[in-house]
Design a protein around this ligand. Structure first.
Ligand code: KG4
Ligand code: ZN
Length: 385
């Protein structure tokens, strides 16, 4: 089956076509129109501005996606759209467009939770997991012979979800069954990167701006020489015995340290890079430390990272070191960089798998979803009943 998926939860207008065939997802086209440069001068996403941009872009993005895949509406079997969480003025554009297309083309329509999309983005880049992806309803006798040996089981699975608005550890016993083990009590990890970048006079989105300065700084200094700097900022809640996070104290610690500096120092590139390094080390330490606690207690077969901050190379490397040294039996998946940030292909694969595992009644309901689907700015992860 071919799925046309749409994502407009924040500042990316995105559409994709994912083909689901023989238990494998192939991305036939993936279009992302980013508004980041538009919002950069405001230091963050302005919801009404994002909404207006989505209105301008949604039709060209969907049209271009169909053209790139050389498909017409008749070839599409299912329409999928991000239903939440996200900015309401942004979500409504994608949801309205998807409902209109579903009505006009007479297609089933499915709403997908954005973070679920980020988690499932990991399977877009893992052809070896085709066996286990399909194998969740029955644990035996799935009639797929290929790659069974190398794939093994996928579940239980632990996901570290790190995006601009969310930071949480999610445990899954099987597909579409979510248990949130812990989450941030204040700022999300991506939000902390963005806010610290803003304090340093760096543009939005701040994550990549901080990351490349921090990485260059670390690579050009010996770890001994910068030890004090590396340990300069607090690691909030790291020693608290639960899976919750807090990033606002770290952000405030950076703010207070900057207040002590002269305007000249604040403009100095080497100084800015040193703060980027100290902040990134603290943020990554907290994420890795909490993940270690969850891996220890839950012993998942697979560990994945999801959301925009999963593009952070230092985070990926530190998690890789942790897995290799202390949890060598755990499979560690990361999304391809293209699918780390917001995109619609991740919505497409989540939709394909949900559809595959729905019963006839649930599938029939999707034919009426153009009448009922509503965006929800706070939509939680939804268990498949
Ligand atoms: O998932 P995403 O694209 O959008 C949301 O769902 O929020 O995540 C965006 C967030 C932003 O806060 C951005 O600064 C952060 O991901 N980000 C990064 C990196 N690339 C993007 N944070 C740290 N390091 C990066 N390389
Ligand atoms: Zn996202």
């Amino acid at each position: 089956m071919k799925i046309l998926s749409i994502e407009t939860s924040c500042d990316e207008t995105a559409a994709a076509i994912v083909e689901w065939f023989d238990h494998q997802a192939t991305v036939l086209a993936n279009t992302v129109s980013s508004q980041a440069s538009l919002h950069a001068k405001w230091g963050g996403v302005v919801p009404d501005l994002a909404s207006r941009e989505h209105i301008k872009n949604i039709v060209p993005v969907v049209t271009e996606t169909l053209e790139r895949a050389r498909l017409s509406p008749a070839d599409i079997d299912l329409i999928a759209v991000t239903a939440g969480p996200g900015l309401m003025p942004a979500l409504v554009i994608g949801v309205s467009a998807a409902k209109t297309l579903a009505l006009l083309w007479d297609k089933p329509l499915i709403g997908i939770q954005h973070l679920e999309g980020h988690i499932y983005a990991n399977f877009l880049s893992s052809p070896n997991f085709q066996f286990s992806i399909s194998n969740f309803q029955s644990s035996s006798n799935v009639s797929i012979s290929k790659s069974a040996e190398q794939a093994g089981d996928l579940f239980p699975l632990l996901a570290l979800v790190v995006s601009g608005a969310h930071t949480e550890l999610v445990f899954m016993q099987k597909h579409f069954q979510y248990e949130v083990l812990g989450e941030t009590q204040d700022d999300a990890s991506g939000e902390a990167f963005d806010k610290v970048a803003r304090m340093l006079g760096l543009p939005y989105p701040g994550g990549p701006e901080i990351a490349h300065r921090a990485d260059a700084f670390r690579e050009s200094h010996s770890s001994e020489n910068i030890k004090a700097l590396t340990e300069k900022f607090p690691r909030p809640m790291l020693s608290v015995d639960n899976f919750d996070f807090s990033f606002s104290g770290l952000k405030t610690a950076v703010l207070y340290s900057l207040k002590k500096e002269t305007p000249e120092t604040l403009k100095d590139e080497a100084f800015v890079a040193s703060v980027c390094h100290a902040f990134q080390e603290a943020a990554v330490d907290v994420l890795v430390g909490k993940t270690k606690k969850a891996l220890t207690l839950y012993s998942p077969v697979t560990f994945v990272i999801a959301g925009g901050v999963s593009a952070n190379v230092r985070l990926r490397n530190q998690l890789r070191n942790l897995i290799d040294s202390e949890f060598p039996d755990t499979k560690f998946l990361t999304p391809e960089f293209t699918y780390s940030l917001d995109n619609a292909a991740m919505i497409g694969i989540a939709a394909a798998l949900r559809y595959e595992h729905m019963d006839e009644t649930a599938r029939n309901r999707l034919l009426e979803a153009h009448l009922t689907l509503e965006p929800d700015a706070n939509l939680p992860l939804q268990n498949l009943l």
